[in-house]
Design a protein around this ligand. Sequence first.
Ligand SMILES: [Zn+2]
Length: 125
Amino acid sequence: MSDGNSTGHSNYARSQPAPVPPDADDGVRPCPWCNSGNTHHTLRGYVGGSNDRDQYLTCNQCRRITYEIVSRTPRDMRLGHFQVGDIWRDHARQTKYVITRILKAGASETLLYLRPVVRVDSEAV
Ligand SMILES: [Zn+2]
């Protein structure tokens, strides 16, 4: 007779979700606008030498750029009155985003985390 050892899984209380590192590169990201996998993911440059302060997805199919993280100065922040949940517009490309997170990256830089607002209804442009 075997011992009746408890084999139940211990449930860890997950009070906080695991933080997602901003530079997590998990391969191909589909374009949110046309669903194409033919995209190029440009990460923020953390080390000197890279000029990219924003993180974005470039689509080779529809040629759109999807911003994921944009860098803003304290002056931009004061003028923009950005808040989580607000709409951030890319006027140049006629795209809209929801600000999902605001992270102060330093004394002179604040990062806006963006999620594209994709219209599901067919828009007549
Ligand atoms: Zn696309």
